[in-house]
Design a protein around this ligand. Structure first.
Ligand code: V55
Ligand code: FE
Length: 476
């Protein structure tokens, strides 16, 4: 039998493992679902199959659970399945956890050495009719988009050389190409980075490697019409520390953050670096270029937002310094320097940003994200500790915020924009609303341009949906 999970932040309260693979037909909806909202919303959630091998673990080590809300003519069905990774299957067979600490293979049971450690729990990727479940530490797994069954590890017809693929590839909305990359591309703690392109049909057309200034976490990147942009912040790994059983990551904000820019035409031969002191980051909001001038929008914090990534100085986790703020950075390739011009867009902390997918890499204005009002009640969930107590929109041109608070017992997961019409505000935003008092979840359906009005429809789940990391919308 499976023993109780530990009573620690990654496993207690709303973070309690669910382990439920569900099929729910025609969910209960309060209000009216927009009849034009037709498509599938895929989401990935860490959801540990077994209690941790080492007594405790971090939230983002949980086995990948992929879920789907399928919207059709005013109805919505729900389905969720574990991703059958090599790791999941080995542990299922043993009926217990065999893998140890997050991204530290030196803490694993000897029986699983050489097996793929990934839990594929971070992002669903939709490209060329294929659905992939990815985490940045390995290759993704291909998933059947209807049944959510796992088809196996996906390596682009065996042609990919990089050992890792990030969970934040980008589909160019004009060319249909998938632009993606891996860091620690030749193995743990390597500085190697891969930059790969698959054409609109999903065929790998290029893979080129370059070196990062240090082996840092490169959780997300940006594309523009003419460039790709790699933000490398000082969350740094070290092989000797890992061998000693220590954490994969430590944050060292005394080091510079480096922004690598590669022209899409010339590839890695044209790599150029920009620099600024310290700071931390997880997510790009969007980016675009006007000639040689790149606008890079991203959520930037002072300290690492994850409490489990310690600061090398010993500085304790400080929620204020760990809060990320939507920021607009300008990189000018016409200038012959490494300078970045920085502007704070909004003073409301926010992360897990989403934009209209049709505007990725192109001029845009609107972003939706989870936000925090530090003066109001905060519910504990997800990897960061404090959940988002607002879900809202930021106008990146003016900094205007249009956000909804809900109630003191609510928290929000990553919003998803679903377009209906050509305009940037024409459409809906979906967000899981965690009802902490009832230990259940709803999905709020908002008008994209009227977030502060609250949801126009509430999809009710008879389940608690553990904090998802990322999602994607696939129109019908
Ligand atoms: C993140 C999430 C991860 C991970 C590394 O959101 C970074 C950031 C869910 O897993 O492995
Ligand atoms: Fe992410």
């Amino acid at each position: 039998m499976t023993k109780p999970f530990p009573n620690t932040p990654a496993f207690a309260g709303y973070n309690g493992p669910s382990r439920v693979e569900a099929d729910i037909y025609d969910l209960v909806v309060e209000g009216e679902l927009p009849p034009g909202l037709n498509g599938a919303w895929y989401r990935m959630t860490p959801d540990p199959q077994f209690p941790p091998r080492l007594g405790d673990d971090v939230f983002i080590s949980g086995d990948g659970m992929i879920s789907m809300f399928r919207f059709e003519d005013g109805h919505v069905d729900y389905k969720s399945r574990y991703v059958r990774t090599e790791r999941f299957l080995a542990e299922r067979k043993a009926r217990r956890a065999l893998f140890g600490a997050y991204r530290n293979r030196f803490t694993d049971d000897a029986s699983v050495q050489g097996l793929d450690r990934t839990v594929a729990n971070t992002s669903p990727i939709w490209h060329a009719g294929r659905l992939l479940a990815s985490k940045e530490d390995s290759l993704p797994y291909e998933i059947d988009p209807e049944t959510l069954e796992t088809r196996g590890r996906y390596d682009w017809d065996g042609r990919l050389k990089t050992c890792t693929v990030s969970a934040h590839p980008k589909v160019d909305p004009v060319t249909g190409e998938l632009l993606f990359y891996g860091y620690e591309a030749s193995g743990d703690a390597s500085r190697d980075m891969s930059f790969c392109v698959a054409d609109a049909q999903g065929r790998l057309v290029s893979e080129a490697w370059f070196e990062a200034p240090y082996p840092g976490m490169v959780h997300d990147f940006a594309i523009t019409e003419d460039f790709v942009v790699f933000p490398i912040f000082p969350t740094i790994t070290d092989l000797e520390r890992m061998k000693a059983g220590g954490p994969h990551w430590m944050s060292d904000i005394s080091q510079d953050a480096w922004i690598g820019v590669i022209p899409r035409k010339t590839g890695v031969a044209g790599l150029r670096w920009f620099k600024r002191p310290g700071g931390q980051f997880f997510h790009v909001i969007n980016a675009f270029n006007e000639g040689e001038r790149i606008t890079l929008d991203l959520c930037v914090s002072e300290m690492n937002s994850f409490p489990f990534i310690p600061d090398v100085s010993g500085a304790p986790y400080d929620p204020a310094k760990a809060s990320a703020f939507p920021s607009r950075w300008t990189l000018d390739l016409a200038r012959n320097d490494e300078r970045i011009d920085e502007r704070l867009v909004s003073r409301v902390p926010g992360d897990v940003p989403r934009v209209d997918d049709r505007r990725i890499g192109r001029p845009y204005r609107q972003a939706w994200m989870g936000m925090v009002d530090p003066a109001r009640a905060m519910r504990m969930s997800g990897p960061v500790g404090g959940g988002f107590n607002l879900v809202g929109r930021v106008d990146m041109a003016t900094g205007e915020v249009d956000a909804w608070y809900g109630a003191d017992d609510d928290a929000f997961q990553e919003p998803q924009f679903a377009p209906e019409g050509p305009g940037e505000l024409d459409g809906y935003v979906l967000s899981v609303i965690e009802r902490h008092a009832r230990n259940l979840s709803d999905v709020g359906v908002f008008r994209a341009g009227r977030m502060a009005d609250g949801p126009i429809a509430l999809i009710q789940l008879p389940l608690r949906l553990r904090g998802a990391v990322h999602g994607c919308w696939v129109p019908a």
